[in-house]
Design a protein around this ligand. Structure first.
Ligand code: SAM
Length: 318
């Protein structure tokens, strides 16, 4: 059916993200020794503005993620929704920033592929075994559950199923919780993503939600971006919620979050540590500075908090 085709195109977007991350890391934009186990070859060249865009995305998301984990002194859990082939779990292990438990959710077929890679690649499975104490490690085709890392196959549009599965794997609603969606909500209708954001606000009393996705999509450049994605049969059901930074924040404030902030990626890029930005700007010559600006102005990071435990989550920013 059309829905199956659209969902299949959405599932394929996890490869796009990892292929671009693999290419940018091969050029030295940032280090990720694990992405190679999910994307075998470096693949064809990507334009310098794409690599810089991914650099801003990854550094921007890592900045808030690490700030949350430090603020809670690792006494927290992280839930990456629509995680795809993301490698953050292994980075946090290497940097001694592991939360009590790191959860990932994606469609069952994506999860099955990820688990297959973990099973067959020792550099991926070793850290998982090292952080596991008993012999009860669950590793079947559809889910993985260890003491510190859990991968669940579920559709994010089906909240009751999502909630049930996460609780089955010892999700703890009392623990400070970080939820992350990186290029995920745009594939759901505004009411579906609102329900997800609502569920998170209802489930956790002390939490942060970080969302990275398109913004300012109603201008000319935004329209071209939408057309390009639609040409690949990708169902951008959520693009309506990506009109402005205000609409990004509204989604959270309407759903019961106490406080929300949003920045476009041009602003994020300009406040990232500038010595490292100078370093990456020397990696590849970029002729069209304006194109990079246009691109970065059409992506954003929005983050929202609830802070019943008064940990000072409202201070987390750039
Ligand atoms: N967050 C990862 C990253 O940035 O590298 C992957 C991003 S990829 C563009 C979008 C991911 O969201 C895909 O892996 C896709 O399967 C997942 N996704 C989208 N809609 C979903 C849904 N309704 N349920 C579960 N996963 C979903």
């Amino acid at each position: 059916t059309d829905t199956d085709t659209a969902d299949e195109a959405v599932r394929a977007t996890c490869d796009d993200a990892s292929i671009c991350k693999r290419f940018a890391t091969s050029k030295g934009y940032w280090k990720d020794p694990y992405v190679q186990y999910f994307v075998r070859s470096v693949g064809e060249r990507k334009a310098p503005e794409i690599n810089r865009g991914y650099y801003a995305r990854v550094q921007g998301m890592n900045h808030l993620l690490d700030a949350f984990i430090r603020k809670t002194e690792c006494d927290c859990q992280v839930i990456s929704l629509g995680a795809g082939l993301d490698t953050t779990f292994w980075r946090l292990k290497d940097e001694n920033l592991m939360p009590r438990k790191y959860f990932e959710v994606d469609f069952p077929t994506v999860v099955a592929r990820k688990i297959h890679n973990i099973k067959t690649k020792p550099p991926l499975s070793k850290p998982l075994i090292e952080t596991h104490s008993t012999d009860s490690l669950l590793l079947d085709g559809h889910s993985l559950d260890s003491d510190r890392y859990c991968i669940v196959g579920a559709d994010l549009r089906d909240i009751s199923n999502l909630d049930e599965k996460l609780k089955k794997f010892q999700l703890n609603p009392e623990l400070p919780t970080l939820l992350v969606t990186e290029c995920v909500l745009v594939y759901m209708t505004p009411s579906q993503s609102s329900r997800l954001v609502h569920w998170a606000a209802d489930t956790f009393h002390t939490a942060m939600f970080i969302n990275y996705e398109q913004v300012n999509m109603s201008d000319r450049f935004g329209q071209v971006m939408v057309e390009n994605l639609q040409r690949r049969q990708c169902n951008l059901a959520g693009v309506e919620a990506c009109q402005s930074l205000d609409s990004q924040k509204e989604r959270f404030l309407k759903a019961g979050w106490e406080h929300a902030d949003a920045l476009d990626m041009m602003t994020v890029y300009s406040v990232l540590p500038q010595d490292d930005v100078t370093r990456i700007e020397r990696l590849e010559f970029l002729d069209e500075k304006e194109l990079l600006q246009q691109l970065l102005q059409h992506y954003s990071i929005c983050w929202a908090i609830k802070d019943k435990l008064k940990l000072g989550l409202a201070q987390l920013a750039f």
